[in-house]
Design a protein around this ligand. Structure first.
Ligand code: GUN
Length: 295
């Protein structure tokens, strides 16, 4: 690409605002039928990032007419106490979605807690059954995890060509990388899932028509790793020191944005790319759960 080339900016705030507006309409239609969609958020311990995420999710619920129920448990909560709460939430008819904010404190068994959430209320899509269905041909999960679902929605909104495209996903987390690779596979991409042991990462990334970076390392992906015209989705939200900023820091992605946008066809900014989509998709999943409860 020429020096003057600048990639299309993928506007996650705009796409997310559209989704939130649609969710608000669906929530209002449910309210007319006597059902107020409800999301229960469970936070264990005092991880400040988790507290901030849950606060943002609850605020977003209020804005679209979803009731949110908040359960803040102390860090020393036992496995039995947490499981008891999940079972109580499973049984409540005013709770349509349950989200247990991750990570849980180390003494708690995350897998057992996530397995206990009713699949019909699993708006995070983290239940092993839902992830398993995501991995299988001809099966559909009840819910798709919010960040990967948001990434796919952004790629669709900007008309990424899926079928036959080389998609490279950096990072194999349960929450982003792995489900993303599964979703791209379902859309007929040829997917390469990279991780810390991948050999010659720059060369692998150079073949990506679609690149999803979800590793949590500021500016790890360099401009000369990007294939000209590629779709670049940057999931990183890394706080780095910035003396010129008011609070002395700023958010940057996993991709060197300034360099990459001179090569890519389309790219998400950080902030304002994937971030806003995560919450929008959680809201959409919650309203979907409430709609299904009427069937
Ligand atoms: N921790 C990081 N991302 C997420 C998410 O999407 N849902 C939950 N429950 N916890 C998270």
């Amino acid at each position: 690409m020429s020096l003057e080339h600048i990639a299309t900016l993928i506007d996650g705030r705009a796409v997310a605002a559209q989704i939130r507006a649609e969710v608000a309409v669906r929530a209002a239609a449910l309210a007319e039928r006597g059902v107020r969609p409800g999301l229960a958020a469970v936070l264990v311990g005092d991880n400040p990032a988790s507290q901030a995420y849950v606060r943002m999710k609850r605020k977003a619920c209020a804005e679209v007419g979803i009731e949110s129920f908040y359960h803040e448990l102390p860090a020393q909560t036992t496995q039995a106490e947490l499981e008891g709460l999940v079972e109580a939430l499973n049984a409540r008819s005013d709770v349509h979605g349950i989200l247990v904010q991750l990570p849980l404190p180390a003494h708690l068994d995350e897998q057992r807690v996530l397995s206990l959430i009713s699949t019909a209320k699993d708006v995070d899509g983290f239940h092993p059954l839902n992830i398993g269905r995501l991995a299988m041909k001809g099966r559909e999960p009840d819910f798709i995890p919010a960040t990967p679902a948001g990434i796919m929605r952004l790629l669709e909104a900007y008309q990424a060509p899926f079928a036959g495209a080389n998609a490279v996903v950096l990072g194999r987390s349960n929450i982003v990388g792995m489900p993303c690779a599964l979703l791209l596979t379902k859309r007929d991409c040829t997917v390469t899932l990279c991780h810390s042991r991948t050999r010659d990462l720059p060369e692998v990334v150079r073949h990506a028509d679609i690149l999803v970076a979800a590793v949590g390392r500021p500016h790890m992906v360099k401009g000369d790793w990007i294939k000209p015209g590629a779709f670049v989705i940057d999931v990183g939200t890394n706080r780095v020191p910035d003396p010129s900023a008011k609070d002395g820091s700023r958010l940057v992605g996993d991709v060197d944005f300034e360099a990459a946008r001179r090569v890519a066809g389309a790219i998400t900014p950080v902030p304002g790319g994937v971030g806003p989509m995560t919450i929008a998709m959680l809201l959409e999943n919650t309203v979907k759960a409430a709609e299904r409860s009427l069937r």
